[in-house]
Design a protein around this ligand. Structure first.
Ligand code: SF4
Ligand code: F3S
Length: 105
């Protein structure tokens, strides 16, 4: 088991998750953050911190978002490690809850 970032992070990137992670397991892409499963120690602290409710442990991922397990693993190899939060995008709230954001990746 590990924790993963799922679809609703896309274009929201609130980044509250970054500051609480004790092992700096978050990686940043242009429109999404992901968790490196090899670094995550499964503490679960980040899950309730996300205002977009985009973080799940793998066995609680919403139906149809199981592919985010592999996406977190793959994208964390190329994304940049992030240890401190930055400003979220100015239009983050507009994207919160928007369906079918995966196609934007
Ligand atoms: Fe970091 Fe814990 Fe979240 Fe894993 S579950 S990404 S270790 S805060
Ligand atoms: Fe994304 Fe939520 Fe973190 S929107 S950047 S997983 S706080």
């Amino acid at each position: 088991m590990t924790f993963v970032v799922a679809e609703n992070c896309i274009k929201c990137k609130y980044m509250d998750c970054v500051d609480v992670c004790p092992v700096d397991a978050f990686y940043e892409g242009e429109i999404l953050l992901v968790i490196n499963p090899d670094e995550c120690i499964d503490c679960g602290i980040c899950e309730p911190e996300c205002p977009a409710e985009a973080i799940f442990c793998t066995h609680e991922l919403p139906e149809g978002q199981e592919h985010f397990i592999e996406l977190n693993q793959e994208l964390s190899k190329t994304y940049t490690n992030i240890r401190r939060s930055k400003q979220p995008p100015p239009d983050a709230d507009r994207w919160n809850g928007m369906p079918s954001k995966l196609q934007l990746l």
